[in-house]
Design a protein around this ligand. Structure first.
Ligand SMILES: [Zn+2]
Length: 855
């Protein structure tokens, strides 16, 4: 599964109906002495109706005498529950227990043997894009599915655990005019009274979370050049928007087949574009689902848009081998499922499309931000519920990907690839755990990788290394300034780069205890312990060596530079580097020739802007921004040129943003404003990512006169992309417009998922939130009625910003008595605000000192 940025932020806070734990409250797994061996599912589905009906027959192997059979379902009406063996049938009753387990029994012993369990059921189609859900798009109704992690049970009674891998045979009845597709190819079709009955071939053995089907008015286009047949399905009328993805998919699939040394192992490989998808994409074998904006990209997307789509496709198809063919034993290894796909997808995209330089997006920089919290949890942990499985948000993806990359480097790429192939071959069509992977890699490499991996999986957080000028190194757990957490230790492989007597050299060191000594000469000019930029740790050398390193950036590769920048940010947050020193590092990085080194630096500058800049220092900051970046903007311009590198195309939008938001260069504002005119007129005429930032920059610097033009264009636009950009760019600061847009954002003209935009963005960009809270006092209930239910409990975190006592007080007084459900999120929101305020008090003067040079 791929999760989007918003979903990442929301994951772990999803709300669920609380189960009534009538009995067995500690039993959260089904008993292993009853094994399903195959399941047939019959569904009657009409996307225009709110409910549906179905029946299922599950073949089960009862391995010893039992009193009852456990099965999962949630929210379904089950009837006619019958257990049949040797032609004799018994009717069973159902008792609901904890963890969505239903116990089926007639009071008599069920003897060991083979049975057919049949159940009839009815249910309602979900509206929250999880489980079997109904979706309305362009005034037409669809049914889609998303069963990971534990949503199959809301659609069908099943043995809903990943270790039960069995073939499923689906039969779907639906209105005749609609397209019906599923994991497996169609075996036969027939029609009756305006309905069709579609019988699908049985699947290969699958866990329930990978079952997928869809019903609705669709078009399709063929993917050519793969080892199996495949189509991309879209909502009706959109099949001509698939050019780019159609042309690249086979390359990705073929490269993955080469890496794994085996062919794509299912009968077909269809993709489907799903509107209103909670996640980004889902790796159902034979029918991978994607959010529409990852597939419907036209013929020639560029920059981040293209790279992100390719990366998600590679991630999902990589899951086919790890996830689908070899499946985790239980959800505690979800981290491995996701990290493996992220690592593999990243590797393949960098190999096939080096022009996007996706290797310069370091996964650990995102992982650190989450994992440094003292409330962070180990990525391998006990999972009992859906909430447990999604709790870590994106951390299992990013931290796990970093770990796998680190281990691949440690054992060597060839050994790693051989191990992966052996592992897949050994556990094909079965289940495995992380221990199984480490056993194979250790046997191939002769190195104990489990010992290293365990520290990163079973403990939260990460180390900071203190390295003295002669290479003596000590580790402790990294914590941001002002916080405390129990100390921990890790096995840390270090690829150390150092310079001495004008020569850069490298050495390897495995830190196995609290402290040790890296083999570097005494008094090296500088020491960089994160050679390659792959390490999952922070580090500090003495300040002279640090300055020498920053003055010698040309000796580092681009990954190392980005890792150094991020590490400097961490040192600042731990109060181990002054803000003046940090600005010195940033300033060097802003001069870098490579756009993808400058890009993450711009992101850091924007963070400094958000945290530190107010009316008293805005002018000084704007002189710094203009002095360091105006010239670059003049060089690259606002429009994409034919010779632009993909790296430049990725950087340009954010360069425009930082100059337009914090700088004062009239040339930048004019270019943005002129682009807005073109973009509103014809969205295809400009790069959409630049168009979005041009809209924002222009709104920020506008007196409000253009607001109406933005909204009118939104209302009349036929481009979903353009509409979504406009809704993300209402940054006009006129109070009357703020109120007008907040009203608009909860109207029927705005999709539910965007209903929060007004509140979210305005609390992000305004230094005084009074006007927003004034609106909220009158409209909060309407806002909650508008936005998806899973957002409600953490509304306070969606309103963090402004970084001052006044906004803090507004936030606190609004939510503190509003209900128990907001208090956890309010606590986190206040903590974030407090830490920002403290940082400002501590480092504000140092920033002014640094900025003084631009007077
Ligand atoms: Zn995934």
């Amino acid at each position: 599964m791929h999760i989007t940025r918003v979903a990442l932020a929301l994951a772990g806070l999803l709300l669920h109906a609380s189960a009534i734990y009538a009995e067995d409250s500690d039993v959260y797994r089904l008993p292993s002495n009853i094994q399903p061996t195959a399941q047939t599912i019959d569904l009657k589905l009409n996307p225009s109706m709110p409910d549906y009906s179905g029946s299922t027959v599950i073949l089960i192997d009862v391995q010893e005498d039992v009193e009852r059979i456990g099965i999962h379902q949630l929210g379904l009406e089950m009837s006619a529950i019958t257990l049949t063996s040797d032609g004799k049938s018994r009717n069973l009753d159902s008792t609901i227990a904890g963890y969505d387990i239903n116990w089926l029994s007639d009071g008599d012993t069920i003897a060991a043997g083979q049975y057919e369990l049949s159940i009839e059921f009815t249910g309602e189609l979900a509206k929250d894009s999880l489980g079997m859900h109904r979706s309305r798009f362009e005034k037409k109704d669809y049914i889609f599915t998303q069963f990971e992690s534990m949503y199959a049970r809301r659609a069908i009674p099943t043995f809903d655990e990943p270790s039960f891998k069995i073939p499923y045979q689906l039969n779907i009845e639906a209105p005749e005019a609609l397209t019906v597709i599923a994991n497996a190819p169609v075996m036969s079709e027939s029609t009756f009274d305006g309905w069709q009955r579609v019988k699908f071939e049985p699947t290969k053995p699958l866990p329930t979370y990978l079952i997928a089907y869809a019903v609705g008015p669709m078009d399709r286009a063929e993917i050519k050049g793969m080892s199996v047949p495949g189509y991309i399905y879209t909502p009706v009328g959109h099949a001509d928007e698939l050019g780019f993805v159609l042309s690249e998919t086979a390359n990705i699939v073929n490269a993955l087949e080469d890496y794994f040394g085996s062919k794509y192992p299912f009968q077909k490989l269809d993709f489907i574009a799903v509107p209103e998808f909670a996640f980004g994409a889902m790796e159902n074998p034979g029918l991978i689902t994607y959010r529409t904006d990852l597939l419907m990209l036209g013929d020639n997307p560029t920059g981040r848009t293209a790279a992100a789509a390719l990366s998600v496709i590679a991630h999902e198809v990589a899951h086919i081998w790890y996830g689908d063919v070899v499946t985790m034993q239980w959800w505690d290894d979800l981290w491995l499922n996701e990290s493996f796909a992220s690592w593999m997808g990243g590797r393949i995209i960098h190999q096939l499309y080096p022009q996007y330089e996706t290797d310069l997006r370091l996964p650990q920089t995102r992982a650190f931000a989450t994992d440094q919290r003292t409330s962070s949890k180990a990525i391998r942990k006990e999972v009992r519920t859906e909430e447990d499985s999604t709790e870590g948000g994106g951390l299992p993806y990013t931290k796990g990907k970093t770990l796998l990359t680190m281990l691949e480097n440690y054992v060597g790429a060839d050994v790693w690839q051989r191990s992966v192939r052996k592992y897949i071959e050994k556990f094909a069509w079965n289940n495995a755990t992380e221990q199984d992977l480490w056993a194979v890699v250790s046997a191939e490499s002769g190195l104990d990788v489990g010992k290293i991996a365990g520290d990163y999986l079973n403990q939260p957080g990460f180390a900071i290394l203190d390295i003295d000028k002669n290479g003596a190194v000590t580790q402790q757990r990294y914590v941001p300034a002002g916080l405390e957490a129990p100390d921990l230790q890790w096995h840390i492989p270090l690829n150390v780069k150092y310079k001495k007597d004008d020569k850069v050299q490298e050495t390897f060191y495995l830190l196995e205890g609290k402290s040790g000594t890296i083999d570097v000469p005494a008094d090296a000019d500088w020491i960089m312990p994160d050679g390659g930029g792959n390490g999952y740790f922070r580090w500090q050398t003495n300040i002279d060596q640090f300055y020498a390193l920053v003055d010698d950036l040309a000796e580092l590769d681009n990954r190392e530079k980005i890792a150094l920048l991020d590490n400097s940010d961490a040192l600042l947050n731990a109060n181990k580097l002054s803000l003046a020193d940090y600005m010195f590092v940033m300033n060097k990085m802003l001069d870098d020739p490579h756009p993808l080194v400058v890009l993450p630096t711009i992101e850091k500058v924007l963070l400094i802007g958000g945290a530190f800049i107010g009316p008293d220092n805005a002018d000084a900051f704007s002189r710094f921004i203009d002095a360091e970046l105006s010239e670059r903007f003049a060089e690259v311009g606002i429009d994409t040129g034919n010779d632009d590198s993909q790296a430049l195309i990725q950087m340009r939008p954010r360069l425009l943003r930082v100059l337009g938001e914090y700088g004062a260069d009239p040339a930048v504002r004019e270019a943005a404003s002129e682009m807005v005119d073109r973009y509103l007129e014809s969205p295809e005429s400009v790069d959409g990512n630049v168009g979005l930032e041009a809209l924002r920059v222009t709104a920020l610097n506008d007196d409000g006169g253009r607001y109406k033009k933005y909204i009118d264009t939104y209302l009349s636009s036929t481009s979903v992309d353009q509409q979504s950009s406009i809704l993300s760019a209402i940054y006009f600061k006129d109070p009357a417009i703020i109120t007008a847009f907040l009203d608009f954002s909860i109207s029927d003209d705005v999709p539910a998922g965007d209903g929060i935009n007004g509140v979210r963005y305005y609390t992000g960009i305004l230094s005084d939130h009074t006007v927003v809270y004034k609106w909220l006092e009158e409209n909060y209930d309407a806002l909650e009625a508008k936005v998806p239910g899973y957002m409600h409990a953490f509304m306070p975190q969606l309103m963090v910003g402004g970084c001052n006592e006044k906004n803090r007080a507004l936030l606190n007084s609004f939510f503190e008595n509003r209900g128990e459900q907001y208090q956890t999120s309010l606590g986190k929101a206040l903590e974030a605000t407090d830490s920002c305020i403290a940082r400002r008090a501590r480092d504000g003067d140092a920033l002014m000192e640094f900025l003084a040079q631009y007077n």
